[in-house]
Design a protein around this ligand. Sequence first.
Ligand code: 26M
Length: 841
Amino acid sequence: GTTQTNQGVLTSKDAFEESFVRHVETTLARNMYNCDNLAAYQATSNTIRDALLIDWANTQQKQTIQDGKRVYYLSLEFLMGRAMDNALINLNSRDNTKSSLTELGFNLEDVLEQEPDAALGNGGLGRLAACFVDSLSSKNYSGWGYGLNYQYGIFKQKIVDGYQIETPDYWLKYSNPWEIMRNEIQIPVDFYGYVYEDHDPNTGKAKKIWAGGERVLAVAADFPIPGFNTDNTNNLRLWNAKPTNEFDFTKFNAGDYQQSVAAQQRAESITSVLYPNDNFESGKELRLKQQYFWVSASLHDIVRRFKKNHKNNWNKFADQIAIQLNDTHPTLAIVELQRIFVDLEGLEWDKAWEIVTKVFAYTNHTVMSEALEKWPVDLLGRLLPRHLEIIYDINFNFLSDVEKKFPGDRDLLGRVSVIEENHPKSVRMASLAIVGSHKVNGVAELHSELIKTTIFKDFVKVFGKDKFTNVTNGITPRRWLRQANPKLAALIAEKLNDPNYEYLTNLGSLKKLEQFVNDDEFLKRWDSIKFDNKVKLANLIKETTNIEVDPTVLFDVQVKRIHEYKRQQLNIFAVIYRYLRIKELLSQGVSVEEIKLKHYISKASIFGGKAAPGYYMAKTIIHLINKVGDVVNNDPEIGNLLKVVFVPDYNVSKAEIITPGSDLSNHISTAGTEASGTSNMKFALNGGLIIGTVDGANVEITREIGEENIFLFGNLAESVEELRHKHIFEGVHISETLAKVFSAIESGIFGNPDEYRALIDGIRYHGDYYLVSDDFDLFLQAHTKLEKVFGHHGGDANDTDHLHKWVKKSVLSVANMGFFSSDRCIDEYAEDIWNIEPLSQ
Ligand code: 26M
């Protein structure tokens, strides 16, 4: 064939250097004497990109020829982080690139630092999508991602006077070497307008025409996704909104040229910014426009590709195509495909609907009612008049079936209806997603059980339980072990006798580490890698906050989006309690040394995470953490006994430093509220221990690694309802310890207590919805217990007590985390939901 196979730049220094120089001189129009780290990053990434494009073109050709089933993963968020190190690892070109750069006078690590994060997501849901595309490629599946190419990703967080300040993330300041603009792939997407009925001139049948609206173009930008140790390179297609050349001639003729150009310009606003909400629905029109723009472009692209190979052979559609909906954000895809089939391709309604429901499957990521999407009927009907009609028709057919199955049950009809008859009358996207899909899954066992008995209970009754399933989340070990923690990954490769790191695509083999748990030399090496990673984290903390933390103390970390249900307030209250007790002991004349021996080991409490800009309570929590830090860190009596750090602007690349550097991480959501959590998996895979509630994937992590290797505490999900009731009818009981914390806050030592009024009163007087009061003392007790296990080793590499207790648990955790690879997770989706198999290579 004509395809290139010469990937010399990946393996030969000469080829790399030649390409590097060529890119400096041509792509960048600079010269080697004027080449800084940024230019070196650009020249390197362009060199790697060239190689990537060859694999990518070969893969697409192979996939087209094999013509098997393909999965499309529709997600409004792909929280990719940086691409270069990942590409070097997956293409097995890291060593060659590193030594080539050294010869050219650059340091790979510094060059990697130049890349801005692709931060096109909020948190867990977006990062999950990024792990999934990595696994699809690495496991040789044919699978594309579809999303939006936001010009502004999640905002950058600054901390000023202890407050979160949001600044825009204009990540495309320099051109993005990882994106391939496909200016020839342009798909028109329409909004607004009206619907009328016409007759098909050939068949005489009535048909609906949607006309007269506003048109925007979707232009494709493609991101190649390389697999690890395979040539398979899938595609992530992100859409840009662009104006059409079609012009508003009424305005133009009225002499308003400026106005009509300005209106066109507004098209671009559709893909300008990611909505920064996590687990919260805001109901904005522009968000609905984003959703339809993305869904419509993606569906037309998918249908066009199908027709190229299979013409109008619609019977084959569901054998060729599976579409996974990442939460309800892409639910309109169901309606759009039905519209394409019925209005544009002339299929009978029932035939079309049969295909549609075979194609789609829906993943739910939350049980929290404030996050469930609902769109007011009049908003949706104005923006998408034909789609609203189709939704009504889908609902009518569905309710007729329900009525047949459960005659006379009006209440049931009302509860499962896609339309909520309320003020405002609205469309329930989760209901629509369930009705239009053949499978619905939760993201951890507990969560998948909970949705069946709470929010989707009536749908289980209507469709039967087999439609509802579980696929426990996973994370990619390429980024979250090999890339984030190269030293640990290398030690594991050595011990498993696996120089090519094959365990990274077969994570179950970590189990073999168990044979070394009684080998002191091994435990020491393991522990010293953790120490090195803690030094790296301490450096990051120093650079970003100017706080000095002693790397020998316990690093106690909680990094994730700030949310009441995730209970960072529980954590900071416990830190305040600890500070107060230390002060009390000091005032009684107990020495710091004695405190360390008898009461509290030294530790640093490390926080990080963004609050949604409109989420007052989350911002209050951030402020309290920072103010507590100011007091504790500047108290000369305390020294390294306690430090409190808030790392600003937590993101994927910071997570790659923070995760390997933690001894202990907090996953302490109110039981039943965290669908899964995925950072719990990242920490455990990096040898950190977990303090957590019996929630989300913590349950399965415990099952895999053993309950002696995790510190669980707190009330169980099954008690939550009753406790909430008790709070409301009998009042909230504030324990002595928590009362001390509240009075310290109210004394003003952390600044104006009015600023924390809502936080404290929410617990004391307004029902303590997240059960902070119920779990506070249990949390303190769990700490007492775990700190005994950690001990007082103070960096002493020969502290065998620490080695035999803590480090042993660390090894046993890692050895049993194989289940949480996103490869396993993708295999389960492939087998149980998509019905696809890996490509033969
Ligand atoms: C909704 C409406 C408008 C704007 C934004 C949203 C929205 C954005 C992100 C709603 C929810 C979003 O993400 C939710 C999320 O990240 N859920 C997390 O998903 C993870 C992967 O399954 C789980 O591990 C977490 O437990 C779950 O909280």
